[in-house]
Design a protein around this ligand. Structure first.
Ligand SMILES: Cc1cc2nc3c(=O)[nH]c(=O)nc-3n(C[C@H](O)[C@H](O)[C@H](O)COP(=O)(O)OP(=O)(O)OC[C@H]3O[C@@H](n4cnc5c(N)ncnc54)[C@H](O)[C@@H]3O)c2cc1C
Length: 416
């Protein structure tokens, strides 16, 4: 019995076994003979999305990172963590376009759920995937790239298409970034023109509890290009912090990546936390809803008015933006998006009560839930909000005729 839990310690896997094959050939044999099996990443999702009868972690297979400077692409094994890939890429003189808040999450698991960072012009991390190698339910190794007619349906796969062994990413020449945090962003500035506030840096987040008189921390990451001039950037009435901050009040900024406009490589500035540090607060549960950026102001005003109902359960909210893409199950599918993220206190009963209330409040904005975080939206709601659900179901059945990669989560969200 694999009595293993997710990162938050809020979900105990029911799988009988977690396999750690030493080679792709060994993984292939495992998949071909298993009635129900799935890939497992770094277990950072907040529910049963990865769970089934048997699990496979590829953490003992050499990730064999390779960079092709001619095509400006880089490939690596699926279990590699983003922070490990990023360091190697930087050493090789290349970079990814963006990163999530944690460098500890696997590239296979993160891209399977449309994990994202922030930036009005930045698509999610899955959008940089230009090639996939995976093992089908028949134990066959397939390689696909953007020339495959259904590639857009394959990248955000929720573990349902096969066991992904390698991913290839678009890369670009390495670049430097500096971070700054501004305090007490006035609500009026944010509600007046959220696109301008989120457009005031390469990657911008706001950390708020919705209840203080101001909107909270404006966290900006600036990509340093020739001629970049801090003094031309609007502060929207917020005050520049004078010490490194942590996204959650009361926690030390010492575990966070350097701020105060100190320049550094993209891989040491785009995530909030250092790969060698214990990230976040550890005692939390997360939910996140993606809505059309055009509705951001209205949705934020609704949440602000609703705040007294949230405050008991909410630790902090992070607001981010994600550029539209064409990946069928992407939370930013064909719409520029604002992500309304909730870091809840680790109190499952309170979260279970708060989540449907938030979903009811946001229903008029047709939210799409982050696949890896806690949500209760049902299959009918998801069907309306992801126009390619049926295409994904057909694709899934084509690659997995035995139903090996289907699991209770996929059944619940109507994607089997
Ligand atoms: C502290 C914290 C911070 C986070 N920050 C962000 C953030 O900044 N932005 C954001 O968008 N999300 C964020 N998340 C959510 C997180 O990125 C997603 O839940 C992500 O999917 C977790 O990746 P994982 O490697 O842990 O995968 P797991 O949780 O282990 O698995 C996720 C899914 O991927 C599948 N999978 C994993 N590996 C494979 C494989 N090799 N082959 C086939 N399927 C596979 C699993 O079956 C499952 O369906 C955060 C989560 C935590 C706990």
């Amino acid at each position: 019995m694999a009595t293993d839990t997710n990162w938050a310690g809020t979900y105990t896997f029911r799988a009988n076994r977690i396999h750690h094959p030493q080679s792709i050939d060994e993984a292939r044999k495992l998949v071909a003979s298993a009635p129900k099996i799935r890939g497992l990443g770094t277990k950072h999702s907040f529910h049963d999305i990865a769970d089934t009868v048997e699990l496979v972690s590829l953490d003992r297979v050499d990730p064999a990172i390779s960079v092709d400077h001619e095509t400006m692409t880089a490939s690596a094994g699926a279990s590699l963590r983003y922070g490990e890939l990023a360091r190697e890429l930087h050493e090789a003189g290349v970079a990814l376009h963006n990163m999530g808040s944690l460098p500890h999450i696997s590239i296979g698991g993160a891209t399977a759920t449309a994990t994202h960072g922030s930036g009005n012009g930045n698509r999610n991390l899955s959008s940089a995937v230009c090639g996939l190698e995976f093992i089908t339910s028949e134990g066959e190794v397939l390689q696909v790239d953007r020339s495959h007619p259904d590639f857009d349906g394959m990248v955000v796969h929720l573990g349902g298409l096969g066991l992904v062994t390698r991913l290839t990413f678009d890369v670009q020449p390495t670049y430097d970034v500096c971070q700054e945090v501004l305090e007490d962003l006035p609500w009026e500035a944010l509600l007046d023109d959220p696109k301008a506030v989120f457009g005031s840096g390469y990657s911008v987040s706001i950390f708020t509890r919705f209840k203080e008189p101001t909107a909270g921390l404006l966290w900006r990451k600036h990509r340093l290009t020739e001629g970049w001039d801090r003094e031309t950037i609007d502060d929207f009435g917020a005050r520049r912090a004078t010490v490194d901050r942590h996204p959650v009040d009361g926690f030390s900024g010492a575990v966070c990546t350097p701020q105060l406009l100190q320049p550094g490589p993209w891989c040491d500035r785009l995530p909030y936390f250092d790969l060698d540090q214990i990230p976040a607060t550890g005692a939390e549960i997360q939910s996140e809803y993606m809505i059309d950026m055009a509705l951001a102001s209205e949705a934020l005003a609704a949440l602000k008015a609703f705040e007294p109902r949230l405050s008991d359960a909410l630790m902090v909210s992070e607001l981010r933006t994600i550029a539209a893409d064409d990946l069928w199950l992407s939370t930013a599918y064909q719409r520029d998006t604002i992500g309304l993220h909730f870091t809840w206190h680790k109190d499952p009963a309170k979260v279970e009560a708060a989540v449907p209330e938030v979903e009811a409040l946001l229903a008029p904005f047709a939210p799409r839930a982050h696949w890896g975080k806690v949500f209760q939206l049902d299959a009918a709601a998801l069907e309306q909000r992801y126009p390619r659900c049926d295409d994904f179901r057909q694709l899934r059945r084509r690659f997995d005729p035995r139903g090996v990669f289907a699991n209770p989560f996929l059944e619940r969200v109507g994607l089997v």
